[in-house]
Design a protein around this ligand. Sequence first.
Ligand code: ADP
Ligand code: MG
Length: 710
Amino acid sequence: MDLKTKVSEISGVGPAYAKRLERIGVETVEDLLFHFPRRYDDYSKSVPIAQIRQNENVSVVGDVWEIKNKKSRRGITVTEAVIADDSGTLKAVWFNQPFLIKTLQQGDRVALAGKLEWSYAGTSMNSPSYEKLDSKVPNLANLNHTGGVIPVYSETEGLSSKWLRQKIKPLLNLVDQIDEYLPEDIWKGQFLPKIQEAIREMHFPTEMDSLNKARERIAFDEMFLLQLAVLEKRKISDKDKASKISFDEELTKKFVQSLGFELTEAQRKSAWEILKDIQNDKPMNRLLEGDVGSGKTVVAVMAMLNAAKAGFQGVLLAPTEVLAGQHFESLNKLFNEFDINVALLTGTKVKNENLKMKNDNVKVKISKKDMLDEIQKGEVDILIGTHAVLNDDIQFKNLGLVIIDEQHRFGVEQRSRLRKESGDEKTAPHFLSMTATPIPRTLTLTIYGDLDVSVIDEMPKGRKQVLTRVVPQSKRQDAYGFIRKEVESGRQVFVICPLIEESDKLGVKSVESEYKKLKENIFPDLTIGLLHGKLKPKEKEEIMERFFARGGSVSGGKNEKIDILVSTSVIEVGVDIPNATIMMIEGAERFGLAQLHQFRGRVGRGEHKSYCLLFTESDSEITQKRLEALVNTHSGFDLAEKDLEIRGPGEVFGTHQHGLPDIDMKNLMNIALIKRTRSVAEEFLENNDLEKYPLLKEKVGKYNVVTKLE
Ligand code: ADP
Ligand code: MG
């Protein structure tokens, strides 16, 4: 057995376990040794029960001898348990947690933390925090000799920490076969332990100090390798050339004057940064961050205008057809006085005013082939599309600028595909991503490969805050009354539901049953529309048209204007309907904070006071906290911060989203660690050639997936 041995050859690892391990990227003994615990539970300060003194904070480890619920005279449930270790027993008491007897059962091993106090029931630990331990590890003595610090591996289905520890333990004698891949200068210079030492300590800690050193080493390695990968990538992309897009000051001024409003200072600054970038012969790689409704589109449009006038083509990609369609409409409007040819190409739609005119101005359907021809001939200045555009065999004549709206919805591959579309391998178009989700600086530095960032941190003048409330079920009828009043005064309403099909298990409202309920029981006299992802694109568009109320007839008939639109989250991004003033969200606990904030951003876009009404059937503490955050916080940036606080970075930026190898999110958010590893990596690459360090190079190679990001 050596490091390269397949895990399936380890005794006790059958095909089923080998599969599970493979799923988390563990195929060899070496992989398994590098699969580290994600956290450690510290029971090192636990004391024998007999030695506990009253009114002192302690933790104890023992077995549950007995646990039962009692009713107190005042009607509260009291859960009483007897916990025993070798030295004695103690009583633990919890109040109003009747379910506890399901969680903690007779025979379970638990750790309790709390204070032993005198109370009505004698001496007991009142409401201690508890943690169920693995009772099948009978030799806690064993854990004690490891200082009572218990490693906990990331919770993957079917792979318990206990199982992993058992399998890893006999492999520890192979650790010495692992070669140190970091140059000695670096690990010594950073006062870090050797890798072999660190690996042993990570799996079987001996004491807190050395464990902390080991964790520091492993965290350092993760980020250091990532930094090397990013810097190496930058070396390559530094060689990329882009076309210089000159800045037409007069034209830009004219455009700004044609807008019906003043640009905010933040919009001006961002536009200036972008326009400066694209005058370079280096491809711009910039992220434009700005809260929902902060006006990112016009800023991007200013860049597109300059690109078009300088003879380049631009692409604007949107995450949904609805949004692409809307961008098409608004760009046509914005470019009304400017001779710019805008085209729309989505999975189902091909639109272009010029082509229509060429075809004798009759309303003929433009074929996709005609459109592709136009694009290739360079007649289309700006192409607006969805993902689908990238799957087509589009040839641009002279692609200079790529703008991606809500960029985190786009896959890595799709972006690199666009890059090749520029024809010449070595020229890359300028890249601008727009997002309402603030991405922490640490992440823009690392997983997004060192993007430049412009921030629109200011809302257009006169924007009113959307009044946000969590509505208790008892006030539901009042809410409907309020909705009716708004509709009667001419406004429109969104109702968002989480799922398409009724799912009893989850108790979630489905759009279909909600639609039926509103149409038949609550608002039989109003016009209700239904929108969800399973509708055909054509149907979807008809509904949206009727909600935009463009040319919709006043009452009756198929084209009747929609008062209330019941929708799934398809409505989420970007849709702009200034007349809508109420955003009602059912099952609010089912959505992320960022998503809820996006929904809320659909209203409050016009002159009317707007409202966001949140409904939830969950009374969990975390739900309450999150919804409260939404009620009290109106800046998407602050909300994102709170979301991070409440849910943690792993949840907010799920690993699946960035496609990195198994990196600890905590490290990705650790600005001090990022800075430290960045500067060590820079210094290393300045003075050394990575080629001369094959072991290190191989490790960096594992981060290739990162370097594919544009
Ligand atoms: P987002 O940043 O969410 O993409 P949009 O670009 O869609 O926001 O802009 C939202 C609305 O605000 C649009 O109707 C747009 O015309 C308008 N808008 C943009 N900038 C300003 C401004 N400086 N003053 C007033 N309205 C603006
Ligand atoms: Mg937008």
